[in-house]
Design a protein around this ligand. Structure first.
Ligand code: B3K
Ligand code: ZN
Length: 868
């Protein structure tokens, strides 16, 4: 590597020397040589006659200042320095770029036959020289010129204001966005599509045109996205009082996209995975994913676009808040308990793992080499938990007052996380001084609770102790302000009122000290505590529950989340004890009381099917691995499999009866139908491990009238390694080989295949006609699944899994570093494995480190992991 990439620090923020009030862009689109003319109105803000513009991989064609050719400039590392400038001027920059050669999918690139852009975080600098930072907000006018036959649709942000024809079969369209915005929200699309059109009338009566652009022939897969968009617009008005602010809202689905979607003003660009769905091609999970992502990008219009981030260290300002909003949207429309459970699984699984990894960072990072590396579970999901804690502390009313004040103060500007917290604090009067530490402190707090009942005094004392272990980037940790939601139950399952010092107290305790004891009065009998209800803070809870107490809570806790959590804690106890048993050469066992508790859940007539399905799901291998400082991959896999088999055998009759009773004739995607399919397929995943497994799975596959049931059959066959697996896989591939998106499900099954020869199969699968390492969805489905969700295959003692990862990463390092940098995460945790595996993984990291063209993305992660 010529020169090591440099880190940027949050503390070094400096306001821009100049601002750009207006920019007029013209794109003359050609596959390999597109000319971009950018005319900016620039104003000096600080005392400086030099302007620095970011730029990468650009061919500079011309620079003019106020219409005259300008020679006082210098091309420097990462950009352009222009000298001797007046206080206010018009700057014209002409650059040439090559969209066709852009495999990194950042800036302007080609997805299939269409041109499209991705500018967040720092992609605009690959289009033209510009102040590519979120605190420079300009009004954009964009003219797009292209060949008309191949590109009948020419799109950009804002409203279409003019259009025309040119010679040589070319045409142009001019767009104007009235809302000043940072460069990362710029977008352009040119291509040929089918368009689904609808409209939405806002609460103040404005008519908004809605347009969804999909590849030709895919119109029948766009309706759910449209419904989700309309639901999002309605929901943001009712719950947050926020209305859309342009006359048109467009969504374009593209097949080549590094992430899920992008909230460009008025012109969202989406990974087709989060738009396209019909019952034959998409599972219920896909449908819910589309609803969530369509909502998420729409909600960014206010939390992200109207108020944006001052600098990228503040990313959680828009992302944590918008994730919170999309979670609330999904919960208001569907099952709140199921949504909460799934969100908590992400925090407790991969987010806690990230907190414990060398790349651990606070939700507002302090140091960044490659910004794309910080679109993380910590910034997004833990960021959302931090917003949720404020919501818990302030209540819905206080929180909405805070939102109102936040928009009053910051609409149309670039703000900071501190601005958000200050608005919440000022609007509600709740002191958030200590709470702010959640923004700056990394790692997961461990909260250990102990209890003591005093029968003669009728008091019950809970002692709550919090410790955050040092993380790679921070050694000193302070106690945090933890909203700790509890309930106490008497033996009949009645809630005991919380009284302290003669006063009624709220069920959310404000835990602030390292160690604190709460003594509750008038407690007539020894209670059973329900702790950290609703997962009221992103912490690891430790409390020495007896089995009977957990079984009691599974039935009596008043809220479904707490029932589920009790079930999880019960399973966790037996997973831990069985891992130890396996390590000692003993067999895996589960007491009948535990099996009966799950039988009770299965037979419950009060619980919703969707919720029962969640109760039955064992924690993932990754989540269990997170409980250990040193991970025994094979023992954990053995225990999870054995518990599944044992539960399947013991509950065979009940599972079988429920499976058959839940068959639905007609397919629909309402929440009740989704819930029934979910429980039925959860039963199937157990039944696959019984004698009737092969025939049940096979017949479900054959009779399925929707993708949810098809996929459930295939994944049961895959996980249980049933004899029918190969036939089903072959049939599916034959049917869908022309459709990459639908084949992703198949690639994912190959990636997670628990067979001994998994890696050989994966290498072979890379030759499948639908596979391409150039497409991020294909790569994540097959390779990503193998690296992160095939623990036994990937961590094979021979090191062949690591070797394979190294090969792929070296290739992706040149073609698409962002995708490479996502895939590498499992390797960064090498210190959690035995010494042989550690050495083998390290060898791969060292090999990457020694590459001379190592991209910033991988450089940052590899060096951080090796130096930790
Ligand atoms: N803001 C985009 C993510 C951009 C990622 C850049 N590497 C999508 C979202 O969070 O809504
Ligand atoms: Zn977002």
């Amino acid at each position: 590597m010529a020169q090591s990439p440099q880190a940027k620090y949050r503390k070094d923020y400096q306001s821009p020397s100049h601002t750009i009030t207006d920019i007029d862009l013209t794109f003359d689109l050609f596959d390999s040589a597109t000319t971009v003319t950018a005319i900016s109105q620039v104003k000096q803000l600080l005392d400086s006659t030099t302007l620095f513009l970011d730029g990468e991989d650009l061919v500079l064609k011309a620079i003019n200042v106020d219409g005259e050719a300008w020679s006082q400039y210098q091309e420097v590392e990462g950009g352009l320095e222009i000298h001797g400038l007046p206080q206010q001027f018009e700057l014209t920059v002409v650059t040439q770029i090559n969209p066709e050669a852009n495999t990194a999918l950042e800036g302007l690139y080609k997805s299939g036959g269409a041109f499209c852009t991705q500018c967040e975080a720092e992609g605009f600098r690959r289009i033209t020289y510009y102040q590519d930072r979120p605190d420079v907000l300009a009004k954009y006018t964009t003219t797009v010129i292209a060949d008309k036959e191949n590109n009948p649709y020419l799109l950009s942000n804002g409203n279409r204001i003019d259009q025309g024809e040119l010679e040589g079969g070319r045409h142009w369209v001019k767009w104007q966005d009235p809302h000043p915005k940072p460069s990362y929200l710029f977008a352009l699309v040119a291509g040929d599509f089918d368009v689904l059109r609808d409209n939405f009338v806002t609460q103040s009566g404005r008519d908004v045109a809605l347009e969804i652009f999909v590849d030709k022939g895919n119109l029948d897969r766009a309706t759910h996205a449209m419904t989700s968009l309309i639901n999002s617009m309605k929901w943001d008005e009712t719950r947050f009082g926020l209305e859309y602010d342009l006359d048109i809202y467009m969504i374009v689905a593209v097949d080549f996209f590094n992430m899920g979607a992008m909230e460009n003003k008025g012109l969202n660009i989406f990974n087709s995975k989060y738009v396209l769905a019909n019952e034959n091609t998409a599972t219920d999970t896909d449908y819910l994913g589309i609803e969530a992502v369509i909502g998420h990008e729409y909600f960014h219009n206010w939390t992200g676009n109207r108020v944006t981030c001052r600098d990228w260290f503040q990313l959680s300002l828009k992302e944590g808040l918008t994730v919170f909003r999309d979670q609330e949207f999904s919960s208001d429309l569907g099952s709140r308990a199921v949504n909460r459970i799934n969100n908590v699984r992400i925090i407790r699984g991969p987010q806690f793992a990230e907190d414990a990894s060398p790349m651990s960072h606070p939700i507002r990072p302090d140091k960044v080499i490659e910004m794309n590396n910080f679109y993380t579970l910590t910034v997004y999901e833990k960021g959302s938990e931090v917003i949720r804690m404020m919501h818990t502390l302030l209540g819905e009313e206080g929180f909405q007052k805070g939102m109102k004040l936040y928009f009053e103060r910051h609409d149309g500007t670039a703000a900071t996380c501190e601005d958000f917290v200050a608005a919440m604090e000022d609007a509600s009067g709740v002191d958030l001084t200590q709470f702010r530490l959640w923004y700056s402190q990394s790692g997961t707090p461990k909260v250990t609770v102990s209890s003591e009942y005093n029968a003669s005094q009728k008091t019950y004392a809970l002692t709550i102790e919090q410790v955050t272990e040092p993380t790679n980037n921070q050694t000193d940790k302070q106690p945090l302000h933890i909203p700790f939601d509890i309930e106490l139950y008497d033996s009949k399952g009645e809630v005991i009122d919380l009284v302290m010092d003669g006063q009624a107290v709220h069920h959310v305790l404000d835990v602030k000290a390292a160690k604190q004891t709460y003594v509750f009065e008038n407690v007539a009998e020894k209670p059973i505590p329900s702790l950290l209800r609703e997962f009221s803070a992103p912490v690891i809870l430790e409390y020495d529950y007896q089995d009977e107490e957990l079984i009691f809570l599974m039935v009596h806790a008043r809220n479904e989340f707490a029932c589920w959590d009790a079930g999880q804690m019960l399973l966790a106890k037996y997973i831990r004890s069985n891992v130890q048993a396996v390590q000692n050469g003993d067999t895996v066992t589960l007491p009948s009381s535990v099996i009966d508790a799950f039988r009770g859940v299965l037979l419950s007539e009060e619980l919703e099917p969707a919720f029962i399905a969640e109760m039955l799901a064992l924690p993932s291998h990754n989540e269990v691995s997170g409980w250990y400082a040193s991970v025994d991959v094979d023992a954990i896999a053995n225990v999870l499999k054995s518990l599944k088999v044992q539960l399947a055998q013991e509950l065979n009759d009940e599972l079988s009866a429920i499976y058959h009773s839940l068959k639905q004739k007609e397919y629909s995607i309402d929440h009740a139908a989704i819930g029934k399919r979910s429980l039925r397929n959860a039963c199937l995943s157990y039944l696959a491990h019984t004698e009737q497994g092969n025939s049940l799975v096979q017949s479900q596959y054959q009779s399925a009238n929707n993708m949810t049931d098809t996929m459930a059959a295939m994944s049961a066959a895959n996980q249980a390694q049933l004899p029918c697996r190969e036939t089903l896989m072959a049939d599916y591939s034959e049917k869908w080989k022309h459709d990459g998106l639908v084949m992703d499900k198949w690639f994912m099954l190959q990636g997670t295949n628990p067979a001994d020869n998994a890696l050989d199969v994966i290498r072979e699968t890379m030759n499948h006609e639908a596979f391409s390492l150039k497409n991020p969805n294909r790569t994540r489905s097959l390779i990503g699944a193998f690296l992160s969700n095939n623990p036994v295959g990937f961590h094979a003692k021979t090191g062949e899994g690591y070797q394979f990862a190294g090969e792929i990463l070296r290739e992706l390092n040149s073609s698409n570093p962002q995708v490479a940098s996502r895939l590498i995460d499992p390797l960064l945790k090498f210190r959690k494995y035995d010494v042989e595996r550690q050495a083998l993984i390290k060898q791969q990291l060292e090999a990457l480190k020694s590459m001379d063209n190592l991209a910033k993305d991988l450089y940052e992660k590899v060096t951080t992991a090796l130096d930790a």
